[in-house]
Design a protein around this ligand. Structure first.
Ligand SMILES: Nc1ncnc2c1ncn2[C@@H]1O[C@H](COP(=O)(O)OP(=O)(O)O)[C@@H](O)[C@H]1O
Ligand SMILES: [Mg+2]
Length: 368
């Protein structure tokens, strides 16, 4: 079976690599032959407004899926007229807009921060009257890694905030004084079968994911609450594939922050940490195949490599992270650029203390 991947980044690269041993051949729809996915598998080059290239892409595959949720709707519709598209256009649309995704959470009884749509500076002032400070103003669409958002702490932060985000449609959210950030990642097959991974605990720096660990240490009731939320969203969207929901842990429970209709950075450690990786499970789901077990194989952690690949991620000897027991390096082959995700390192150990020690050694060696 041939699977089309919209996007040529590292997520498409890891999907392509995961498909190969299963006999699933991925074709990435990429912008540039230098994109990460193009180094490891077949690809078609084109932009989202290039109908001929989209048609060539569709002709080469049996179905299409996504490494990224912001594919223009027109392009998705053109592909959907030719081959099955999984997850659906509706699911992508919901996840691509912060107001739609939070409205879905609310409709399903999943807690969120208070929020209001903001289309002008006057809307912002009105919304602040009910939400109050501190608050976070975010563009509704296209934000990632903390880009396109502004924390409003004092009245002085408000006056130019809407213009500073480019005058795009926004959402204002109450600032959540969370204890921890968690994510829940699940997968739903074509026949409605569902599997959910144990929770991931995520630490961010400057809005970018830095370190994830799993299984997150938490009470069974917290885990159950997150799994219930995941199942509710998967069912509501008649979803096919891997879905991630980012969560804030607060006193007394969880709030859902956003969802990603694709494989997610916090679950990269499933490659070594779990019976079946998120990449393999996504492909199994969209192919209509049985899902794989989400059972943890131990306690796993991951640290993102940002900016450039440190020597310690590739070098030999005691200074190399490869000398740390249970450590595995994944490099995407991307050119260095400040803040850019260029790879990640995972560790797995028998217990959480050994995992944390290995992760600390890796972080120290990377100078991260
Ligand atoms: N309402 C909020 N209250 C407190 N912190 C927030 C809030 N929204 C986002 N953040 C912080 O900013 C990070 C990035 O925001 P997020 O909504 O996940 O956008 P994206 O990941 O798409 O850039 C979150 O992981 C969290 O650390
Ligand atoms: Mg996020």
């Amino acid at each position: 079976m041939r699977i089309g991947l919209c996007g040529g980044g590292q997520l498409a690269q890891m999907l392509s690599l995961a498909g190969h041993p299963l006999g699933l051949r991925c074709v990435a729809y990429a912008q540039d032959a230098g994109d990460p996915a193009c180094a490891v598998g077949a690809f078609e080059l084109g932009g989202w407004d290039d109908d001929d290239a989209l048609d060539r892409f569709a002709a080469r595959v049996d179905l299409v899926t996504f490494e990224f949720e912001n594919v223009p709707r027109r392009a998705v519709e053109r592909l959907a007229a030719r081959v099955p598209v999984r997850p659906s256009i509706e699911a992508l649309d919901t996840a691509a807009d912060r107001v739609s995704e939070k409205s879905l959470f609310r409709r399903l009884g999943i807690g969120t921060a208070p929020f209001e749509a903001v289309d002008s500076q006057a809307d912002l002032v009105r919304a602040l009257a009910s939400i109050g400070l501190p608050a976070v103003l975010k563009t509704r669409r296209m934000g990632y890694d903390g880009k396109g958002q502004k924390v409003l702490r004092a009245p002085g932060d408000v006056s130019s905030a809407f213009a500073e985000l480019g005058g795009h449609p926004c959402i204002l959210e109450g600032f959540v004084p969370f204890r921890r950030e968690l994510s829940v990642v699940g997968v739903r097959g074509l026949n409605g079968e569902v599997a959910v991974y144990p929770l991931f605990e995520n630490r961010h720096r400057d809005g970018v994911l830095r370190v994830s660990t799993s299984p997150a240490l938490c009470s069974p009731s917290l885990e159950a609450e997150a799994h219930r939320a995941m199942r509710a969203v998967l069912e509501a969207l008649d979803y096919v594939g891997v879905l991630a929901v980012e969560l804030f842990e607060i006193e007394g429970g969880l709030l859902a922050n956003e969802m990603a209709p694709r494989v997610h950075n916090s679950a990269h450690l499933t490659s070594e940490g779990h019976e079946t990786s998120q990449f393999e499970n996504h492909l199994r789901a969209v192919a209509g195949w049985p899902l794989g077990s989400t059972r943890p194989l131990g306690h796993a952690g991951m640290v993102n490599l940002l900016g450039a690949v440190p020597d310690a991620a590739t070098g030999s000897g005691a200074g190399s992270v490869l000398a740390v027991e249970g450590a595995h390096v994944h490099l995407y082959g991307k050119a260095p650029r400040p803040g850019r995700k260029v790879g990640h390192v995972t560790v797995r150990a028998a217990d959480a203390a050994a995992r944390d020690a290995a992760l600390a050694r890796v972080v120290a060696l990377l100078g991260a």
